[in-house]
Design a protein around this ligand. Structure first.
Ligand code: PDD
Length: 284
């Protein structure tokens, strides 16, 4: 069955879908995005993702393409039209189409809205989580407002490519001597005293929706959480490490730059948090 995409008001074959060559997203990376997981019709943290989309749009003064309610309708229709049950929905909004000039267009232009959906295999993700993943470290060379979820992802792309080359699933980005976050996920450690540590919200990380949900799960499990920066050395010497994102959920990290974390296998805290996060949404 051909994949269906949503492009500016139309559901169309993904293979034939087109955007204008002067779309500002294409020419300047002048746009924002979200990725939201849907499992058996349940949209995980949908409210959070749509609220962050709104925040990103406001931060860049890009007009809202449609109401939140309408966005939810399109998301559901797209998943249905692609006959998917468990899927990742990608939403991208750019400032729109205008003759190439750096400042915002003088004349009001409509923002461009594109959505795609692709199958997500939760079982495969479970297998990956059972084995744990490797991460590498890479310098954080991104701009000063990575709290906005923009489509400008070149430093993330380059870091991820290095990770892939090294056989790792993610790159943890390092600024000074501290880990900010992953190229497409938030970074966490569990200290040997059992404290959960993740970088505090700031302009230096993306406020992950999964990160927030996992904080809530950890609180409910009465775990100790400290939002502070941690160093690469601390991470390597931690009892456990894991990452969080809409695509990885809670994913145990078992090696950093080839060095084993704890016993070199997924730890109990990461497992409990992954189960708690999945149980928030999935009917098992
Ligand atoms: N990435 N940090 C960065 C830089 C990210 O790109 C992401 C998500 C996260 C985690 O955010 P959330 O928990 O809301 O997914 C943190 C998505 C999945 C992506 O780019 O594909």
């Amino acid at each position: 069955m051909p994949r269906i995409a949503y492009v500016n008001g139309r559901y169309t074959s993904a293979a034939e879908a087109c955007v204008h060559i002067e779309d500002r997203g294409y020419q300047f990376g002048d746009g924002v995005y979200e990725v939201c997981l849907v499992v058996d019709g349940a949209y995980w943290d949908e409210e959070g993702h749509l609220a962050r989309l709104d925040r990103s749009l406001k931060a860049l003064s890009i007009a809202r393409p449609m109401s939140e309610r309408a966005l939810k309708t399109v998301m559901a229709a797209l998943v249905r039209k692609n006959r998917l049950k468990t899927a990742l929905v990608y939403i991208q909004v750019t400032r729109g189409v205008a003759s190439r000039n750096h400042p915002f267009p003088e004349k009001k232009v409509a923002p461009s809205l594109v959505m795609t959906a692709r199958a997500f295999n939760l079982e495969k993700s479970e297998q990956q989580a059972a084995a744990g993943v490797d991460v590498i470290t890479a310098p954080d060379i991104r701009w000063g407002r990575v709290d906005i979820k923009t489509i400008n992802l070149l430093p993330n792309v380059l870091a991820k490519q290095e990770a892939q080359k090294a056989g790792a699933a993610e790159a943890w980005l390092v600024k000074g001597d501290t880990v900010t976050e992953g190229a497409s996920s938030n970074a966490w450690i569990v200290t040997r005293d059992g404290e959960l540590v993740t970088h505090p919200l700031s302009n230096e990380i993306l406020g992950g929706i999964t990160r927030q949900a996992v904080i809530e799960c950890a609180e409910a499990l009465q775990m100790r959480i400290v939002e502070r920066a941690f160093t690469t050395e601390e991470a390597v010497n931690a009892a456990e490490a894991f990452l969080t994102s809409a695509t990885g959920l809670v994913m145990p990290v078992v090696r950093i730059d080839g060095k084993p974390i704890g016993e070199g296998k997924p730890g109990p805290v990461s497992r409990r948090l992954r189960n708690a996060y999945i149980d928030r949404w999935a009917v098992r």
